[in-house]
Design a protein around this ligand. Sequence first.
Ligand SMILES: [Zn+2]
Length: 114
Amino acid sequence: MTAVSGLKGSFPLTAEEIDKQIKFVAPGVFTLGNLKDDKYQTLYVGRADKNLKEILKKCLRQTERFKFMLFDDPEDAFKKECELYHLFKPAANRVHPPVPPTRDWRCPECGFKG
Ligand SMILES: [Zn+2]
């Protein structure tokens, strides 16, 4: 089965590459992964409600590569994160993507609301 994330990448998970790829301070979704037989294997999915670049830079060295997508609205980033979480069931995601305490978002896949 080939699952398609719709994200940009993959790119090497380095500070230089993050700066090159992400030019704006914006919410976003990302995955971390490694190449296996030249195929990107998604190991983790995450999101940033304010600044994707800053969050990604905290993930350096966890995997070899990353993918990402920027959003204007953090709720849209959350929905995409949920979609990818349920699609890939990444090994490093031990719990469902969280909903910030001040929001009333719901996972479009399973109804999870924090
Ligand atoms: Zn869900």
